[in-house]
Write a protein that binds this ligand. Structure first.
Ligand code: NDP
Ligand code: HSE
Length: 438
């Protein structure tokens, strides 16, 4: 049997300790798979005196991560500190030292991946990042290897566990947003800065990565349209249900002759779709390939053990290919580096979807007709309409509509006209509606 392979771990928090626990629990199984023992020899943390949720016996702890980078006995470093400053610096330095890298850091890959992979390519080392998207679901491997015979047409998924956990608890138990977010933080699901979760930024990081490996385009985080879950109102959840839909936070990437759509936002999806029933911290991603059709991947999207599952799988992959000629490894972004090419990214104005609209209007005869006229003049067909009776003591009513598919720019124009009507009170709420049909 070969000598154990030595690993240096940056970070012993939720995911770092998960990795230590899984490696310790499954040592025998993993050694049989890898052909040699995988041993965490060193770990770096911010505060060495903090108590840990894992057994660190036998691991040299330090507050100096550069000790790991400079240690010639360490073959692979695992970056689990998060953020894009220190993490970027450590990863680049490790690559320059000829070390392989495993990371769960989607922000790092989405923002600096192009540079990191170029450096890794030049040094002949591997940078593995399965845990960066959808926690424990092996979605990177599925797209990069399992579906590599296909042209990927589109993918759509629930890719932020914290947002899905919040929406589910609010919908099923009527809990408050703030209360559920605090629980997600306690459970280790949320990012260090949870606004990344609730404002859609984390999902946009993940979508950037998925789109790149699906379509062979560079990582372009700043081209993703990003909206989070903070504006979702309990009334919209209930009205959506009346029409047979659930509201979920989705990441969507589509490739067509016109270009690529990259968007992250809440959406109504038919409750008959499997993905509409993905609840709590679970994630699910639909990937449509031209040969295979629609495929669906489901599992825990965050948390210590599920994320460690992905990190440890990456470790095994890297260990197994340590002696492989770098040219023969699976390319980082699924396509050969010289074949990655930019496609036009469509602006939101050009994107076509159906919509859910809610407006508050004065309860007087003729208002519905005015609303219908404005939509029809804008070339927007109504699929369904519902008017809620006035709530006690109120003169205004909620009018809720579902539209057929229309370009976003056409809808924007019609909404401006609707909001200018004296009978319409305040802004019109709009949520995109996705049928997720093949
Ligand atoms: P935690 O905050 O739980 O842990 C971070 C660890 O890194 C801690 O041990 C901390 O040390 C150390 N650390 C933080 N900043 C620095 C720094 N500047 N220099 C050195 N060490 C530092 O984070 P998570 O484990 O939740 O997340 C780690 C990464 O995994 C992030 O990129 C995150 O996005 C990603 N991820 C997380 C998932 C989850 O479910 N939590 C799921 C998928 C990916 P100390 O403990 O001493 O403070
Ligand atoms: N904060 C992230 C989430 C962790 O909730 O999905 C997993 O990437």
């Amino acid at each position: 049997m070969l000598e154990p392979v030595k690993i240096g771990l940056f970070g012993l928090g939720t995911v770092g300790c998960g990795v230590v626990n899984v490696l310790q629990r499954n040592t025998n199984e993993l050694t049989r798979r890898a052909g040699r023992k995988i041993q965490i020899s060193h770990a770096s943390v911010r505060n060495i005196n903090k108590s840990r949720l894992c057994n660190t016996q036998g691991i040299v702890l330090t507050e100096k991560p550069m000790d790991l980078v400079n240690n010639p006995d360490i073959d692979i470093v695992v970056e689990l500190i998060g953020g894009t400053t220190r993490a970027f610096e450590l990863v680049m330095k490790a690559i320059k030292q000829g070390k392989h890298v495993v990371t769960a850091n989607k922000a790092l890959i989405a923002l600096h991946g192009n540079e990191i992979f170029a450096a890794a390519q030049a040094m002949g080392v591997n940078v593995a990042f399965e845990a960066a998207v959808a926690g424990g679901i092996p979605i990177i491997k599925a797209i990069r290897e399992g579906l590599s015979g296909n042209k990927i047409n589109w993918l759509a998924g629930i890719i932020n566990g914290t947002s899905n956990f919040i929406l589910t608890e609010m919908q099923q138990k009527g809990r408050s947003f703030a209360d559920v977010l605090a629980e997600a933080q306690k459970l280790g699901y949320a990012e260090a800065d949870p606004t990344f979760d609730i404002q859609g930024i984390d999902a946009a990081h993940k979508l950037t990565i998925l789109a790149s490996i699906a379509f062979g385009i560079p990582l372009q985080f700043n081209r993703v349209y990003t909206e989070g879950i903070t504006q979702i109102h309990a009334d919209d959840v209930q009205y959506a249900e009346k029409f047979g839909y659930k509201i979920k936070h989705l990441g969507i990437a589509k490739q067509s002759n016109q270009g690529v759509e990259l968007r992250v936002h809440p959406a109504l999806i038919p409750e008959r779709c499997l993905i509409a029933n993905v609840n709590g911290v679970m994630n699910a991603i639909l990937v449509h390939g031209d040969a295979v059709g629609a495929t669906l991947y489901y599992g825990a999207g965050a948390g210590s053990n599920p994320t460690a599952s992905a990190v440890v799988s990456d470790l095994l992959d890297v260990v197994r290919t340590l002696t492989v000629d770098p040219e023969n490894r699976v390319p980082h972004l699924a396509f050969q580096p010289n074949a990655i090419s930019a496609l036009p990214i469509l602006s939101l104005a050009e994107i076509e979807t159906a919509y859910y609209l809610r407006l508050r209007a004065i309860d007087e005869p003729g208002v519905l007709a005015k609303v219908a006229t404005i939509l029809s003049q804008g070339g927007i067909s109504i699929e369904a309409i519902y008017q809620h009776e006035p709530k006690t003591g109120q003169k205004d009513v909620d009018i809720v509509l579902l539209t057929h598919k229309v370009k976003e720019k056409q809808l924007d124009k019609a909404l401006n006209a609707l909001e200018a009507l004296p009978d319409v009170v305040g802004d019109v709420t709009r949520i995109r509606l996705e049928t997720l049909d093949a």
